[in-house]
Write a protein that binds this ligand. Sequence first.
Ligand code: HEM
Ligand SMILES: [Fe+2]
Length: 453
Amino acid sequence: MKQDTAAKTMITTAVVFMGFALAFGLLVALKYIYPNIGNIEYLSAPRMRMWHTNSILYGWLLPAQMGILLYVIPRILHTKLFSETLGVVTGLIYFGSIIAGLIGILLGNVKNIEYGEIGSPYDYLVILSWVLFGINIIATILKRKVKYLYVSVWYALGSVIWTFFVMVTGHIFTQMVAGVNQANLNWFYVHNVVGLIFTPLGVAGAYYLIPKELNTPIYSHKLSMIGFWVISFVYVWTGAHHMMAGPSPDWLETVASVFSFSLLIPVIAVITNFLGTFATASKQNRFKGPVTKFLMGGTIYYLLTCIQGPMQAIPALNVIISKNDWIVGHAHMALLGAFSFFAIAGVYYVIPKIAGRPLYNTKLADQSFWIMLIASVPFFSSLFISGVIQGNMWLDPENTFVQTLMVTKKWHVIRALSGAFIIYAYSLFVHIVIMTLIGKGDMNQEITEEVSS
Ligand code: HEM
Ligand SMILES: [Fe+2]
């Protein structure tokens, strides 16, 4: 099979899936303003929320990151991917089970696990496809032609192992326990989907793309290793910060709060490294096209999210901002602002290389960045403001959920409007990716092809 077929399959399917997922996000956002929109059973708000979250996380973000790594890891290791055929088969099983799982959600085959709602047997198939992906990555590392492992490879390897345990915990172990224990495992799962799946995969990609696109070495290899090892020790302890002021034991909440704070160490290491590399790059390379812009935007949002995270674990603040719109804002800043920006940068970088021609239109791609960036500010802020209003109202048990919805309505209007602009930016993104693949090259721009074998 032709080189990079696996990467191309994962990435293009993910990009198309993103549109599908965003449309359902907008539908739910509109239901907050006009509750009667799409008033039929199958389009009910809970179903559509699960469609949005599961398809954006597992239809867009994860496969996009997997596809980018399938391209990047062989380049770093100066070898070919272990098996393109295995990669494509993995993609087919993976997307097949996500699509079947989503249809299952409509029909009521749902697990009571947030972010893990996809029912059996499709959840097992997702785990299986992850194992196949892991085999491909590990086998490529084993047949590498270089001695030392660059930090992206460490993160990819860590993620291959961690993701397996995170998925098994979320999809299988949670089904063996009940009550507080189940909630604890559920939040271990939710938090680690972000921290031990999307973070290492996103950071792995960015650690390759930033120096490559800016044409300068990474700022500090030592710092990158410190960041990696601290993340691997600290992250698993923090999930219980989602259950503060809930029925879990006090000691567990204290441990979660303390470890949440220690997350600042790896974050500072990663951010210093990324911004340090930007600072040492030549001025004309620094913001020369859509890839660097999305990388820079993602880095800033990663920093903001990770300052927010530990603060949210302070008990006095947690009472106000937990379990309401604030957390939805936090989740979007992390998964849209930081990791989807990194993933979009990766797609804009990889697709021209795979297609063997320049990006269809760099100016339009720059525009997709600016629209998405500008729209993301009111999108996140409206949710933060609405969350603080809700949190304060809930301090008085007399206030009902519906009352809080009425008070926060104008913020939900802003969220839906800015969401529509994000979807517009996405339509430019998908257009550029498709045009680049089918061969409508922009003649104004030249890229240097780099294909190592
Ligand atoms: C790459 C882009 C996006 C990503 C990665 C993403 C991710 C997520 C995640 C993880 C959640 C669950 C939050 C939680 O933990 O409670 C969520 C919920 C939601 N998202 Fe998105 N989202 C994206 C774009 C959008 C857009 C463009 C819109 C609106 C137009 C939107 C509207 C919503 C709504 C309405 C919810 C439900 C919130 C609730 O239950 O109150 N999302 N999204
Ligand atoms: Fe968390």
